[in-house]
Structure formats: structure tokens, C-alpha cells
Design a protein around this ligand. Structure first.
Ligand SMILES: [Zn+2]
Length: 385
């Protein structure tokens, strides 16, 4: 669900957020606020709970916006932020290319949460008055009961944001602290791969600790909390593992060129061939889906399954390949990098794209070839773990 656009970044809400929002509002409106303020009526209690829920998600959004804005300032485009059940994700177009950039992008999120924690706590303390600090130690219940709705709201949001900052600073991938750790190790050693492996392993260790703690809690009677921790741990463990594998694939992909990916085993056809002969001798006889048309050693066009399909059976007897073939048009060079080739294929309506060196066709590159290559490499990456 698309919500808004801030600084050119699309803000999206995953459906799962609504469930968490409902849970937060419910736990405040049904449990916490009635205990703090037994004298409040239902409208005030639920109104405050609802506002608190909205401000909580606004805080998460501010955290993600901090990441995204710094990323944009460092030259990395950020198309969108998605809020989902475990928090938010800023989708960066590419990974930071220096440790300093990664460090800045990572640290600014928890810094924003800490700042919000400070501002909300300060506002809450101002509204609560000077006596509150003394009173809360003598009789917390009575001290809380004296607070107005705004003070209650801010004194709940402040500590929550501090907790967000602390949780995100845990030095394990994919948490912000894990990125900070990776940036530091990367800066010291210059080795992105081993830095990522360390941060990823720390992340997995933390995830397992969280899951273990969740099981203990569930067995100890706090079933919902325990299961919740178990789910977060499971999610973090997967994310930590995937991020390392992804990096391995990406690094290998960066070194790759179209020349390594393209198909070089293919048939070519003559422009004067009748369509009937083309269909019977080429199209029906192989899995190839596009045939380069060669005349006097030069590539003059490309004929595809669709080009032949639009003709009727009568036409096929009289027409030739030249009559229906498409011009070469979009093309790739064999020296183009793997990532650029992927983008070109994704944006093009044609599949495969011809790979040309000058006027000569040297290969065909299908979208499926890249997927196939990635699948091969991912297997490889799993073995290295
Ligand atoms: Zn963050």
C-alpha cells in the first residue's frame, strides 16, 4: 500500500503493519493506560492509545528516513521505504561503496531514534512538571495517575525510541549495529567479504540467542512474548544469512561481462529463405527462440517465433524471412558488465537481446540466462558458507 512520497522517496505500508498497529493500540488502550489512569474514560484512553500508535510508526518512519536521506546525500538513490511487521526497510539502489558511507548511513538511524527518545522524554518531563521526578520514586502509581494525556504519551514514546536505538545497535547483520560493525571491519581490513561474514555471523548468533530466550519465555508462561521473540529471531537469522550469500553473488556478478553469460551456440538463417522452410527446418526443430539473419557475412536482422506466427499458412509459402524479420535495434556489447546487462534486459521488451561486435553477431543473451547463472552461483555460495 503506497502511503506518501517524502523527499522523492515512496513510503509504502505492508499489510502486516496494520496488525502490529492494532496490537500496539490494543495493549495500550486495554492494559497499560487503564492501569496508569483508572479515572480516564474510554474516549480519552483509546484516543491517547491511537495517537501513541500513530506516533510510534511515525518514529519508525523517521528512523528509516534518516537512513534514506543520508544515503541520497552520499549519492545512492533510494526509491522506497517499506514499513512492515518487524520495522522498516530502506531500499537502496546499490550497496555503499566505501566503509565511511556505509558507517554514516547505518549510524544515523539509531541516532535519529535516540534523538526522538530524548525529545519525547524531555517533552514528557516538561509537561509532567518538576515534582514528577521525585514523586515517581516514592509512589509510581500515583505519580502516573497525575499525568495528562500528552505527558503520558511522550513518557511512553521516549523510552520506546531509546529501546529502538539500543536494539538496532546490536552489532549483528542485518541490524544497523551490524552494518556499523561491518563498516569498521571493512575500513580496517579493506576486505568487504570477510567483514560481511563476521557481521553476518554475529547477527546469526544474536538471532539464535533471541530465539532461545523466546523459547524460555514461552515455557515460563509469557507465551505471546516468547513466540514474538522467536519470530523476530527467525527473521533476523534468515536475513543475516541471505545478506552474506547476496554479497558473494553480487561481487561475482560485478566481475562478470556479457561475453561470459551469452549463448554462443545458435543457428543463423538466410534472408531469402521462405518462411515455410524457416518454420519447418528451424523453428520447429530447436528450442532457439530468435534467429540472427545473415547476409554476406553481416547481421541484417533477427527473426523470432512471434514474427513467424503472425503470418498465415498461404503467406508462408510465398514470403521470405526478409519480409517479416525485425531490425537489430537494441543490442548489447560483449564487454558490458553483468549488472548493466541485467538492467538492459529488464527494461527491454525483447528477449533475447543480440550481442554484437560491430556489425557481427557474437551471441544471444536471454533473461533466463542470468537467472540460470545466478542459480548456479548461489549453489556455489552455499557451499562456501
Ligand atoms: Zn535502521
Amino acid at each position: 500500500m503506497s502511503l506518501a512520497r517524502i523527499f522523492g522517496i515512496e513510503i509504502r505500508l505492508d499489510f502486516s503493519v496494520l496488525i502490529v498497529f492494532a496490537l500496539v493500540v490494543y495493549s495500550l488502550g486495554a492494559a497499560l493506560f487503564p492501569r496508569w489512569h483508572p479515572t480516564w474514560d474510554a474516549t480519552l484512553t483509546w484516543g491517547t492509545a491511537f495517537t501513541a500508535g500513530v506516533l510510534f510508526f511515525a518514529s519508525l518512519l523517521a528512523h528509516e528516513l534518516a537512513h534514506s536521506v543520508v544515503a541520497k546525500l552520499r549519492g545512492i538513490p533510494v526509491p522506497r521505504i517499506t514499513l512492515f511487521v518487524f520495522g522498516g526497510v530502506s531500499e537502496l539502489d546499490r550497496e555503499p561503496d566505501t566503509p565511511a558511507t556505509e558507517f554514516l548511513i547505518a549510524i544515523v538511524g539509531p541516532a535519529m531514534s535516540a534523538l526522538l527518545g530524548f525529545v519525547f522524554s524531555w517533552l514528557g518531563a516538561m509537561l509532567a512538571g518538576a515534582d514528577f521526578g521525585v514523586e515517581v520514586f516514592k509512589d509510581p502509581e500515583a505519580a502516573m495517575a497525575h499525568l495528562g494525556p500528552a505527558a503520558t504519551l511522550f513518557l511512553w514514546l521516549g523510552p520506546i525510541n531509546f529501546m529502538l536505538a539500543v536494539f538496532n545497535l546490536v552489532p549483528g547483520f542485518p541490524l544497523d549495529g551490524g552494518r556499523v560493525l561491518r563498516a569498521i571491519l571493512w575500513g580496517i581490513s579493506g576486505d568487504l567479504r570477510s567483514a560481511t561474514q563476521w557481521a553476518s555471523n554475529m547477527g546469526r548468533a544474536f538471532a539464535w540467542a533471541l530465539m532461545g530466550f523466546g523459547v524460555l519465555q514461552a515455557l515460563g508462561g509469557s507465551f505471546v512474548q516468547g513466540v514474538w521473540l522467536l519470530l523476530i529471531g527467525w527473521f533476523l537469522n534468515n536475513a543475516a544469512r541471505n545478506s552474506y550469500v547476496q554479497l558473494l553473488v553480487q561481487q561475482a556478478f560485478d566481475e562478470l561481462i556479457v561475453g561470459n553469460l551469452m549463448r554462443t551456440h545458435f543457428e543463423v538463417v538466410d534472408p531469402d529463405l521462405t518462411l515455410e522452410a524457416f518454420v519447418n527446418e528451424f523453428l520447429l526443430r530447436s528450442a532457439q527462440s530468435a534467429w540472427p539473419v545473415i547476409e554476406d557475412g553481416k547481421t541484417v536482422g533477427l527473426i523470432t517465433f512471434d514474427d513467424a506466427r503472425v503470418t498465415s499458412e498461404d503467406e508462408r509459402a510465398t514470403q521470405t524471412v526478409r519480409d517479416v524479420m525485425s531490425p537489430i535495434g537494441e543490442r548489447l556489447s560483449p564487454d558490458v558488465g553483468g549488472r548493466d546487462a541485467l538492467r538492459a534486459l529488464a527494461e527491454s521488451e525483447r528477449d533475447p537481446l543480440p550481442v554484437m561486435r560491430g556489425e557481427h553477431i557474437v551471441g544471444l543473451l536471454h533473461r533466463g540466462d542470468i537467472t540460470r547463472w545466478l542459480a548456479l552461483h548461489q549453489l556455489d555460495a552455499h557451499q562456501h558458507q
